[in-house]
Ligand binder design. Structure first.
Ligand code: C5P
Length: 396
């Protein structure tokens, strides 16, 4: 595939060298177009050596080949990384002061922006508005990663790691040129399994690894959505381009989900949420008494999915639940779909090494409007894309 890498003037340009190397090694043909200011960080010789092509920042070089039109028209994907606040602003306004700006205007392929900047710049209302404009126009704008920035400060603004970015690029290309159908949509996904504390050292939990929910979140990001992932007790790396909120108990998950869901077009509840919690959390570690063990009395947790699909539902929202079942998938799934009031219910068989922690999953997806889709065993990423296909048609 022909991939154009547009490089903005941010220190994270150094990470993009590794991205270019990874993408060329995967067999893609890479053209790097740096902005004139960005070559202060990484020079054109580096990009020429890594891509194997001449590199220019200006539409006035090699004029007879009309590079500003040709490169954009021939590209299968444009990746802008790091996308600085200034470059996002220029792209949102359609300005073309350099070769990259021209190419962005002539290209009709998917465009993926990977922003990187200081947190203040990312959260500035101007940047927020520019990102919204680009997304509304169909661009994929990834959420920056959170963590240490150039100075001693930290927060959202880091460029995701090159391996993670390469994974997003692979997912976008795997869609075979289909437009990013979730661009401009805001979605919330829960993943993992809640833990309900008995005392400071013990909890009631479950075997959910979070892999299916992470795959759902990553798939939405590659399709252009603004994604928040609410992760309960997972040990997985943050997927690139996704905002991650960490929680522990069902109560924490509910507190995080409710306001996020209010602003979301779609909600996918992939987390395994405990139905019950210990009625009392002991402040001190419980001791063995020698006699009969003390029973743990339980209190019921609120059903978050039922609340989101019922009283808290926003008009036009699509709400998706998961059902982990050990038998009678279709009967149990139909009953759960009705009880929860959601639009789609993804039922999968669990236990005996199935679903929990594995790379593969199989599922029956039941819709409130009667549609039913069987997804055969395959990578969790595939199931994630089928779920988004079914959500996308219900959003329009
Ligand atoms: O009833 P069951 O726990 O099997 O339902 C599973 C679905 O309901 C999942 O989507 C899960 O995230 C959600 N759920 C919830 N709140 C609970 C229990 C389950 O949102 N207290």
């Amino acid at each position: 595939m022909r991939i154009v890498i547009g490089v903005g003037a941010g220190i994270a340009a150094y990470k993009v060298c590794d991205l270019v190397r990874r993408l060329s090694e995967s067999g893609h043909e890479i053209r790097v177009i740096p902005t004139p200011e960005s070559v202060r960080f990484v020079g054109t010789a580096t990009w020429e050596a890594l891509s194997g092509h001449p590199v220019s920042t200006s539409p006035w070089d090699d004029v007879p080949s009309v590079p500003h039109v040709r490169i954009g028209q021939q590209a299968d994907l444009i990746v802008v990384a790091p996308a600085t606040a200034d470059l996002l602003a220029r792209s949102a306004a359609g300005l073309a002061p350099d070769l990259l700006g021209n190419v962005l205007l002539t290209a009709r392929c998917p465009v993926l922006f990977a922003p990187a900047m200081h947190t203040e710049m990312w959260l500035h209302p101007a940047t927020v508005a520019n990102v919204a404009t680009l997304r509304a126009r169909g661009a994929i704008v990834l959420e920056p990663a959170s963590g240490r920035l150039t100075g001693s400060d930290s927060g959202p603004g880091r460029l995701p790691e090159p391996a993670e970015l390469a994974a997003v690029v692979a997912r976008v290309l795997a869609r075979g040129g289909l437009p990013p159908d979730l661009a401009g949509r805001r979605v919330v996904v829960s993943a993992g399994g809640t833990r309900e504390e008995i005392d400071p050292v013990r909890f009631i939990g479950n075997w959910s690894s979070g892999r299916q929910g992470y795959a759902v979140a990553a798939a939405a990001a590659a399709r252009g959505a603004d994604v928040t992932l609410v992760a309960a007790n997972t040990a997985l790396p943050d997927p690139a381009g996704v905002r991650v909120v960490r929680v522990t108990s069902a109560a924490d998950l509910r507190e995080a989900m409710l306001p996020l869901a209010q602003a979301a077009d779609a909600v996918v509840m992939a987390a395994a949420v405990a139905d019950y919690r210990p009625a009392v959390r002991s402040a001190a570690k419980l001791k063995k008494t020698g006699g009969a063990p003390a029973p743990i009395s339980l209190a019921e947790n609120p059903d978050i999915l039922r609340e989101l699909a019922g009283p808290l539902r926003r008009p036009g929202q699509v709400i998706v639940g998961f059902g982990a079942e050990t038998s009678d998938l279709l009967a149990n799934g139909a009953a759960k779909l009705a009880a929860k009031g959601c639009d789609l219910l993804v039922v999968n068989q669990v236990g005996d090494g199935l679903a929990f922690g594995t790379a593969d999953n199989a599922a029956e997806i039941l819709a409130a409007d009667g549609e039913r889709v069987s997804v055969p065993r395959g990578p969790k990423e595939n199931l994630a894309d089928v779920i988004w296909d079914l959500i996308a048609v219900r959003l329009t």
